[in-house]
Design a protein around this ligand. Sequence first.
Ligand SMILES: Cc1cc2nc3c(=O)[nH]c(=O)nc-3n(C[C@H](O)[C@H](O)[C@H](O)COP(=O)(O)OP(=O)(O)OC[C@H]3O[C@@H](n4cnc5c(N)ncnc54)[C@H](O)[C@@H]3O)c2cc1C
Length: 267
Amino acid sequence: MRNIVQPKVYLVAKTELLSENLLAYIADIGGPAWKPGEGTPGGETLIEAAGRICYRSWQEYDPEIPEGTNPNVVRVRGGAREYIANLLAHGHGSVLEHVSATFILKDVSRVLTHELVRHRAGMAFSQESLRYVRLDDLGFWFPRALERNPDALKRFEEVAGFLESVQKELAGLFDVGHMKDFKTKKELTSLFRRLAPQGLGTTIMVTGNLRAYRHIIAARTNEAAEEEIRLVVGEMAAVLKSEYPAVFQDMTRDEATGAWVFEHRKV
Ligand SMILES: Cc1cc2nc3c(=O)[nH]c(=O)nc-3n(C[C@H](O)[C@H](O)[C@H](O)COP(=O)(O)OP(=O)(O)OC[C@H]3O[C@@H](n4cnc5c(N)ncnc54)[C@H](O)[C@@H]3O)c2cc1C
């Protein structure tokens, strides 16, 4: 049996709110009656503050607080959840870009990473280099269809094993194990990877803002998307919904298909 891996999703960083500094700003604009909601995730308070800066809608108009209020504001929505619901309904998604989350995706294939890095807007990626990192033990995630076909499974395992042996054989032919010169090792590792399968397990760090993640989750958990990316982005969606319940309040999982669907698709 080949080295079977299961993709893993780790949330390793997220935007931190410096609430004391935000409150110092609120004091600076005359101290409107607003404060971060108790229990509201810092990122969602930041999004709320971004929106309120746009309209000076910290509270109803008060001529004594000209910098912090606005006579055009007729209704002030209270709390991040209600405030963000309104932003989503009106498609004012740019404020979601102030908050980012970083994941490490471990044991995902290059099939997955090729697809994920197509998302350019609001995203940053750092992927394990197969020019520097020599391959010897190849891990594979096995798509579900293999369970239905024992002959195909056997062949899959054989070819995976063969491709792993090719990596070791090439390293032996060049005696890379005893080589000191890093430049030559890099040249050879790059040569070897040309015969590495795109199904091999690798690691990528992904940072994105919440607006970009909403778009990626909708596209990549959809039934039309590829099996592995659906699985991995689906897990990222669950993490993000738990971290940012207001930003993802209109996102629900369709139990029949496993897709995460949004009431407001394009914000
Ligand atoms: C099911 C599925 C099948 C696919 N099949 C293929 C395929 O066969 N071949 C293939 O090549 N790709 C394929 N793709 C990839 C797809 O075409 C996109 O490249 C990928 O999903 C990235 O999404 P995006 O273009 O929305 O970019 P993102 O970077 O995620 O951008 C988000 C949004 O920002 C805006 N935007 C981003 N960049 C620009 C820009 N330069 N100019 C104007 N607006 C911009 C757009 O509104 C875009 O939707 C597939 C994707 C899916 C989900």
